[in-house]
Design a protein. Structure first.
Lengths: 447, 479
């Protein structure tokens, strides 16, 4: 492939203008000691034809689906994506633009971000949202820093029901500072504040995921009542925002800040990225929000216009005093979510959420009918649930593959003690027949 | 014309999107999910038809400048053409449909791609190992600084200072602060290099690392790099390479050979993946020698014919979920395979030639503060124009009227009224000539008719936007 436009004659002309004999001469400032005189050792170059062959071949070495059933989730979700989403984000006008620093040349991107912020505020039931962050995990880390700024305390308390990769990310982020992360244990699958209540006076924040990593529904209102009373920032973590089509919003449940992962809103799983992170908060925390924020204003002729605002929080102005170091975020993925939410509308989103939950309850019922299988936690759940299995879940998954079924997530990947547990996920993309096939396969395998 | 928001376009009762009618009992949810968890009403999303959505976002898209339609010489951002075959490849179902926990045996294509891409980046930069996790450049900086912190902690050395040149990107000090460090700024000398005397005076046993962009944000190669390297290492510090400007150097010089211990790259700059209006990007971090063990995420290795993930012994832990912006990695891989070694070198050569060509043509009308060969970008100063009452910002806005995106303005901070111009290798000479004509015409306007420049832009979807007003009277949500 070659994307260089110049003819030999043009290169010569340009060299003449520049006053150089050769292109090589332009690199004269690189000292000999650090010049590379050997060729790089890389495969290629390949023609586009060959590239297409190569990529087809590599992509076929992946087996993304269970053609007879798919039950994986745990932070990355296979939800329905209307075709119009990709059609819009495939427009070069959107995907080949830069961060909208020049407002007059970027009104499309800016208004789309404003609409994204509006959608995230609406979903989370909070006053303000930013233009997106990297992903759900780093969003939790950003929210923790907001909490420390807001409360002047350094202890972040995190429920054990938060996605383990989010927790690992939080710990990595905070390792640089003298902040403390302490876990809030679960009692039968639900966050148990009683066990840690002595620690509340020191806590800057309490973070709880809903539905939690094991699929259980947390009583957010009760939890955030306690945080409010104790003066800690209540952070809600949402790993699948499609559930907000049906569940009470975190804002309505009393949280101060909500963060989460946006991939389920119109983006393919793509081996874990790109999705996007979101953060929304009550108005009093607006100036502590990390990253880009778009505001509505006017141009000098009084027309409605949009621009990046509150930039004095940001690194390019404040440098080491910025609220966060984030610069590039996940704008195109946030655009995809805005288009998705517009296409789904309130009722489409509610239906997708409801259908996911109904199918999950049907599946749980069918699986737990099989001898040796039972729910790990006897709690209300939404579209994910953990099941105790009579055989090693990893072995079960291997056998399910022979039936063309992608099973759930063996929980020992993150919790060595849960060696017999598997997390199943259902969405509106599952068919009832998949559940039949899963149940009969599990029955045969464990008979 | 004003475009209403998608929320303002909502018409309650618009027929909704359909979902499959499965034979699943309808009422079951009310029995199994307590009412307190259920929202009485669905979230306040717009009610619009698919055509409403398509038309609205198509109209919005028409209000954007973009590489597909406009020359975009935004310095330090490397707005090169984004090959469509990368877009195509990232959407192949085998990649896009893959779940991150699908398991090794079902993800061999993806894992091989990531393994090969890491190896390629090692070869291009001269580093020993890479993590592909970081989602953007600043994320990569934070990652590398957290590694720096862990490294000195293990060595039992208490070093809490990061040095950054006065030309550095704002993300450098911001990332350092986020990793818990304090900042010392190092001055530039009259040639645009690091002032060696000032560097010496700032180096001591508290300095953990010097963060350096090379070529610098002035578009100049740090000619004293060998001296800088030996001074920093002698003082016991590490050297960090901000890869924002690697597009000048592919196949010409490697950060690893310059003595950098850690690097981050911006795949969305150098390796032609699109910027998306502000992401998703990708900011892989490379390390040399024993620092490789500290990288986030697992190492990809071959085992019995399979590519598998092996935990790194001293990893600082993960910096995000899963493995990074995989879809972006696919595009960068396609680009590197397509160009090969010779294509990458030619890309850097053309990027540098184009920048020197523009600098030469424009230096009559604008001040060029550093009279050296530039690399892939250069910085002009509009101080001459400022004396006539026209600022760099005014000039940037006026450039939009000619159909070109503006250069980066007011950066780097050490150049007054800075205009930072990066043409990239994919722009043809006709386009660059037209851009020069426009800038030269604007320089004449400044002398003859400054009002037209000061009141610009005139041909964009909106006129000069009231940014101060936006911050004064905040409106951040449309419902």
């Amino acid at each position: 492939m070659n994307y260089l436009p110049h003819t030999g004659a043009e290169i010569k002309e340009m060299l003449e203008v520049v006053g150089a004999e050769s292109v090589e001469e332009l690199f004269c400032d690189i000292p000999h000691g650090v010049r590379l005189y050997d060729d790089l050792s890389l495969p290629g170059p390949l023609s586009e034809f060959e590239i297409q062959e190569l990529m087809q071949s590599l992509s076929r070495q992946n087996r993304p689906d269970g053609e007879n059933g798919f039950f994986l989730g745990a932070g990355a979700y296979r939800h329905f994506i209307p075709a119009a989403v990709d059609s819009i984000i495939s427009r070069g006008e959107f995907f080949t633009a830069y961060t909208p620093y020049q407002a007059e040349a970027s009104q499309g991107t800016l208004q789309a971000i404003f609409e994204f912020q509006t959608a995230v505020s609406g979903l989370t039931g909070l006053d303000v949202a930013n233009a997106s962050l990297y992903d759900g995990a780093s969003s939790l880390a950003e929210a923790a820093q907001m909490a420390v700024m807001a409360k002047g305390k350094k202890l972040i308390m995190v429920s054990e029901g938060v996605h383990p990769e989010y927790l690992q990310t939080l710990k990595t982020y905070l390792a640089g500072k003298d902040y403390l992360v302490e876990m809030i244990p679960l009692n039968e699958g639900l966050t148990d504040l009683d066990q840690v209540k002595d620690r509340f006076p020191e806590a800057a924040a309490v973070a709880v995921q809903n539905p939690n990593f094991f699929g259980c529904l947390e009583d957010l209102s009760a939890i955030f009542n306690v945080t409010k009373e104790k003066g800690a920032l209540g952070i809600a973590v949402i790993s699948d925002p499609v559930t907000l089509g049906f569940l009470r919003s975190p804002g309505e449940s009393g949280c101060d800040v909500a963060v989460g992962e946006g991939q389920p809103l119109g983006l393919p799983m793509s081996f874990g990225g790109p999705g996007f992170g979101f953060v929304a908060a009550r108005a009093e925390h607006t100036r502590r929000l990390p990253g880009r924020i778009v505001g509505r204003t006017a141009d000098k002729d009084g027309r409605v216009a949009y621009c990046l605002t509150l930039q004095t929080r940001e690194q390019h102005i404040r440098r080491e005093k910025a609220a966060s170091n984030i610069c590039t975020n996940q704008a195109l993925a946030a655009l995809a979510a805005t288009v998705y939410l517009s296409l789904m509308g309130p009722y489409g989103l509610r239906k997708a959420a409801e259908l996911s939950a109904r199918l999950a309850h049907l599946a749980a019922h069918r699986i737990c009918d099989i001898p040796g299988f039972s729910l790990l936690f006897d709690r209300p759940f939404f579209h994910e649930f953990a099941v105790r299995c009579p055989k090693d879940p990893a072995v079960l998954n291997g056998k399910l593959r022979d039936y063309g079924i992608a099973g759930g997530l063996p929980l020992k990947r993150f919790y060595p003690a849960m060696e017999d547990a598997m997390l199943f996920t259902l969405t509106e993309c599952n068919r009832p027949e998949e559940i039949d096939r899963l149940a009969s396969a599990l029955r045969e395998i464990t008979a | 014309m004003d475009e209403k928001t998608i929320f303002e376009l909502s018409r309650p009762g618009t027929p909704e999107i359909q979902m499959p009618e499965h034979d699943v009992p309808e009422m079951i949810l009310d029995e199994v999910i307590p009412e307190k968890f259920i929202a009485p009403l669905p979230p306040p999303m717009p009610e619009v038809s698919e055509l409403d959505v398509i038309r609205h976002f198509t109209r919005l898209s028409n209000k954007n400048f973009n590489v597909d339609a406009n020359f975009y010489p935004l310095g330090s951002c490397t707005m090169k053409y984004n090959p469509r075959v990368g877009e195509w490849a990232s959407r192949l179902h085998g990649f896009a449909g893959l779940h991150p926990y699908a398991g090794y045996e079902n993800s061999q294509g993806a894992l091989k791609l990531m393994e090969e891409l890491s190896e390629d980046l090692c070869e291009i930069t001269g580093m020993d190992g890479f993590t592909l996790q970081p989602a953007a450049g600043a994320h990569g900086e934070l990652t590398a600084l957290l590694i720096t912190r862990a490294w000195f902690k293990d060595k039992g050395e208490d070093r809490d200072i990061i040095l950054v040149p006065d030309t550095s990107h704002g993300t450098n000090p911001a990332s350092a602060a986020m990793a818990g460090f304090n900042i010392r700024q190092v001055k530039s000398d009259g040639y645009g290099n690091i002032d060696i005397g000032d560097l010496k005076s700032k180096l001591d046993d508290k300095v953990a690392c010097l963060m350096l962009t090379n070529p610098s944000t002035l578009g100049l190669f740090e000619t004293g790099i060998e001296k800088v390297e030996s001074l920093v290492h002698k003082a016991g510090g590490l050297l960090y390479y901000d890869g924002a400007n690697l597009n000048a150097l592919m196949g010409k010089s490697r950060p690893g050979d310059m003595g950098f211990d850690l690097v981050h790259l911006n795949l969305h700059k150098t390796f032609a993946t699109p910027h998306g209006g502000g992401g998703p990007g990708s900011g892989p971090v490379g390390a040399l020698g024993p620092l490789v063990d500290y990288l986030p995420g697992d190492e990809l290795v071959d085992e019995d014919g399979l590519t598998v993930m092996k935990p790194r012994t001293r990893s600082i832990g993960r910096v995000r979920s899963f493995y990074g912006n995989f879809g972006v990695l696919v595009k960068a891989y396609v680009y590197i395979r397509g160009l090969g070694a010779e294509g990458l070198v030619r890309a850097s050569e053309c990027a540098v030639l184009s920048a020197n060509y523009l600098a030469t043509r424009l230096k009559e009308a604008f001040d060029l503060p550093f009279k050296r060969r530039c690399m892939h970008e250069f910085v002009l100063s509009a101080s001459r124009q400022k004396k006539l009452g026209v600022s760099a910002m005014d000039i940037a806005k006026r450039i939009l009227d000619f159909g070109f995106h503006a250069p980066t303005v007011y950066f780097p901070l050490i150049v007054p009224e800075a205009l930072m111009i990066e043409p990239t290798e994919t722009e043809n000479k006709q386009t660059m000539d037209a851009f020069c004509e426009a800038l030269l015409a604007i320089a004449r306007e400044v002398e003859e008719n400054p009002e037209i420049v000061k009141s610009a832009p005139h041909n964009t979807p909106v006129s000069r936007v009231d940014e101060a007003g936006a911050a004064r009277k905040l409106m951040l949500c449309g419902i």
